[in-house]
Design a protein around this ligand. Structure first.
Ligand SMILES: C[S@@+](CC[C@H](N)C(=O)[O-])C[C@H]1O[C@@H](n2cnc3c(N)ncnc32)[C@H](O)[C@@H]1O
Length: 305
């Protein structure tokens, strides 16, 4: 996102900029920790240096943009409520630093757990899957590629199919996979859910998805950072929020191996309905609800019979 060129500012000038940016953040009810995170990304300063303010005495700090551009960027955060990750063009997720743009949802910390759940489920999977079977996983609605990258790293022998209907999201996800050296392990497809995976019927070891699940009427009332800037295609799950989940419940059994894993993220309050959808469908067993680190029921896991 930023050119390799750098701009030198004195430590004193940057310290003053940070002071003003923090004051503007506090006045706008934005955490001033975001200022320091942006400086870590764009000035290469580490947390301790920022906390001790030792850079104040440095003759020079190298920035990835000029101080006036940095000021304009911070104005966008304060006035237009642009998420700081879009301003920096990057978001931390698990052990990765992922490129993000407004074409993709900013990967959330609560989603990180979905990879651990997939790993535990795979370890305790039924014997019919066999240990020598080639592993094929799918991440449906890949966005930045976060889940596909997490799966490819957690299952080093697996091939991961990553699907999104947004060509711009696929481009971001491919960039992330390339930068992390995983482009040979993840195959990207633009299309709707399982549609590009025709030919993989009965072959998937697991399907993981963080689909859009916000009820349509709620989307515009989300916090401005989300409602104004994140793609509604990534958020809007139809009238009751469950349109995409319903589709994944209905279509996954065709693509999963017997014993294969069905794992999705959902919104607080949806667990009961998702479990009921899976039970009614009839092809799933061992249906479990898992909480996120805040104790909110966030994931549903099931196995294909
Ligand atoms: C909530 S975001 C999840 C992004 C990423 N997996 C993550 O966890 O950060 C949902 C994603 O589903 C994609 N999506 C929405 N409708 C879709 C469809 N019909 N087929 C495939 N992907 C779809 C959106 O473009 C978006 O990238």
């Amino acid at each position: 996102m930023y050119s390799p060129k750098t701009w030198a500012v004195s430590g004193q000038e940057l310290w003053q900029w940070r002071d003003e940016a923090c004051a503007a953040a506090t006045a706008a009810a934005i955490s001033s920790a975001e200022v320091d995170w942006l400086l870590q990304e764009l000035a290469g300063l580490d947390r301790l240096t920022l906390r001790l303010e030792s850079f104040k005495h440095w003759p020079q700090v190298q920035l990835r943009l000029s101080l006036s551009e940095l000021t304009k960027l911070w104005q966008k955060r304060i006035e237009a409520r642009v998420p700081v990750q879009y301003l920096a063009g990057t978001a931390p997720w698990r052990q990765f630093n992922l490129t993000v743009s407004p074409a993709v949802l900013i990967p959330r910390p609560e989603t990180e757990l979905i990879i651990d759940l997939a790993v535990v489920a795979a370890q305790s999977s039924s014997p019919e899957l066999g240990s020598s079977a080639p592993e094929v996983w799918a991440d449906l609605g890949t966005g930045s590629g976060a889940i596909a990258i997490g799966l490819a790293t957690a299952f080093p022998k697996a091939t991961v199919y990553a699907v999104d209907c947004s060509p711009d999201a696929i481009a971001v996800a491919q960039q992330n996979a390339t930068e992390l050296g995983l482009i040979d392990r993840i195959q990207f497809f633009q299309g709707a859910w399982f549609q590009p995976l025709n030919g993989l019927e009965g072959q998937l070891r697991g399907m993981v998805s963080n689909p859009p699940y916000i009820p349509s009427a709620m989307v515009s009332s989300l916090q401005p950072e989300v409602a104004w800037h994140e793609p509604h295609l990534a958020l809007d799950g139809g009238e009751d929020g469950l349109d995409c989940i319903r589709h994944l419940v209905a279509t996954a059994p065709t693509y999963l191996k017997p014993g294969g894993i069905w794992l999705i993220e959902m919104m607080a309050g949806q667990a009961e309905q998702v479990v009921e959808l899976l039970e009614r469908q009839g092809d799933y067993d061992r249906i479990q609800v898992h909480a996120d680190l805040a104790g909110i029921d966030r994931f549903v896991l099931a196995h294909r019979r």
